[in-house]
Design a binder for this molecule. Structure first.
Ligand SMILES: [Fe+2]
Length: 371
């Protein structure tokens, strides 16, 4: 069954966060649990407080990245039984994931978070609202949630966890290059992988193609703090998010996850490294090649070779490395961890969405080529 899911309402405009009270009352929300982190609260807490007016609210600010199930349970225990109309996440991907999990427990305190699956309805009793403060992860529109337990990371998903309301305000996004580049590159990779994925549809292709064009033309401007470029980047990251949430990502994410976990490199930087090698690999499939050729027309490239060159030049121009060695990682050390990265990639759920089957030997070759 082909399905396409996304938030019911997306509010998008620079400074729209100043109209929060109006938006929430229009949505019938009188009592809200706001989940954010302490750093953000310090930066924008005053602005949010003013914007909320007399609306009833509680805050939770002790959010940790990739939180454990126990941490979520502890956080939710403070709020169970309080009957919030909405749980509102203000932050990056981790804050939004954290909020999704808290919303599950507020709705069903006995729920087993590790058993969330796409096949059974969760039936949230509270609305989920996302206000993303980075332009990239797509968590504001995705059905996924990443938590951790004793055995490591657990990635789960359910369509009930796609936030019902998404509020996009690029005035909340950071100025630091070290955040703008990897999150922007992540969104760029999401778009390419949404197009390549074997469960892509005409809906996901349309959003992804436009997101590629927008990110390609505006990431540099966002780095220079151009307001219009930042607005476009923020919306495009969400477009890419809707695309990949409905299609899955693919091999660049499987390899990037494995590399990033092994060498502790940021997600966006890691998946960016493997974009060009996987485009080259996937081009052997005629249907995927045809789709990349459409992207060539968007980015003024003549063929797949020139497309990969255009992407590498774009990456270099914004400070995204194109080879593992650019990160200062020693070749012997990289090779010593090769088998582990191959094993991790084979276990990564995103590999199943790659349009061309990728075996152990192919992965090994791609990892080595990318050094
Ligand atoms: Fe990603």
């Amino acid at each position: 069954m082909s399905l396409f899911r996304f938030p019911r309402t997306i509010y998008f405009q620079r400074d729209i966060v100043d109209s929060l009270s109006e938006i929430l009352s229009k949505e019938g929300i009188r009592r809200v649990l706001i989940i954010t982190d302490r750093v953000l609260l310090g930066l924008i807490g005053g602005r949010i407080e003013r914007a909320l007016g007399t609306l009833e609210r509680d805050y939770f600010t002790d959010v940790s990245p990739e939180p454990s199930v126990d941490q979520i349970r502890k956080a939710a225990s403070n709020f169970i039984g309080k009957e919030y109309d909405a749980v509102m996440a203000i932050g990056g991907g981790s804050v939004i994931d954290f909020s999704k999990a808290v919303a599950v427990l507020i709705s069903s305190p006995e729920a087993d978070l590790t058993a969330i699956s796409p096949f059974e309805s969760i039936g949230l009793k509270t609305k989920l609202i996302a206000i993303p403060t980075t332009s990239g992860t797509g968590s504001d529109v995705s059905f996924g949630v990443v938590l951790s337990d004793r055995d490591g990371k657990i990635a789960m998903g359910n369509y009930d966890l796609v936030p019902e309301i998404d509020i996009l305000d690029s005035s909340l996004t950071p100025l630091e290059k070290k955040i703008i580049v990897p999150t922007g590159i992540d969104a760029f990779v999401h778009s390419f992988e949404a197009i390549a994925s074997n469960t892509s549809t005409v809906f996901t292709d349309a959003l992804a193609e436009r997101a590629i064009e927008n990110i390609f033309k505006n990431l540099k401007g966002a780095l220079d703090n151009d307001e219009n470029a930042k607005d476009i980047m923020h919306i495009s990251a969400t477009m890419a998010g809707i695309a990949f949430s409905n299609s899955g990502t693919a091999a660049a994410h499987a390899l990037g996850h494995s590399f990033g976990a092994t060498f502790h490199v940021t997600h966006g930087t890691s998946v960016g490294l493997f974009l060009v090698p996987t485009i080259k690999y996937n081009s052997q499939d005629p249907q995927t090649r045809e789709k990349y050729l459409r992207v060539c027309r968007i980015l003024d490239a003549h063929n797949i070779d020139s497309l990969t060159k255009v992407i590498e030049d774009f990456f270099t121009g914004v400070g995204q490395p194109i080879r593992v060695k650019d990160l200062g990682i020693n070749r012997d050390e990289y090779e010593s961890k090769l088998e582990n990265m191959v094993a991790l990639s084979l276990r990564d759920s995103e590999l199943a969405f790659n349009p061309v089957l990728m075996g152990e030997e192919d992965l090994r070759k791609l990892f080595l080529e990318t050094y």
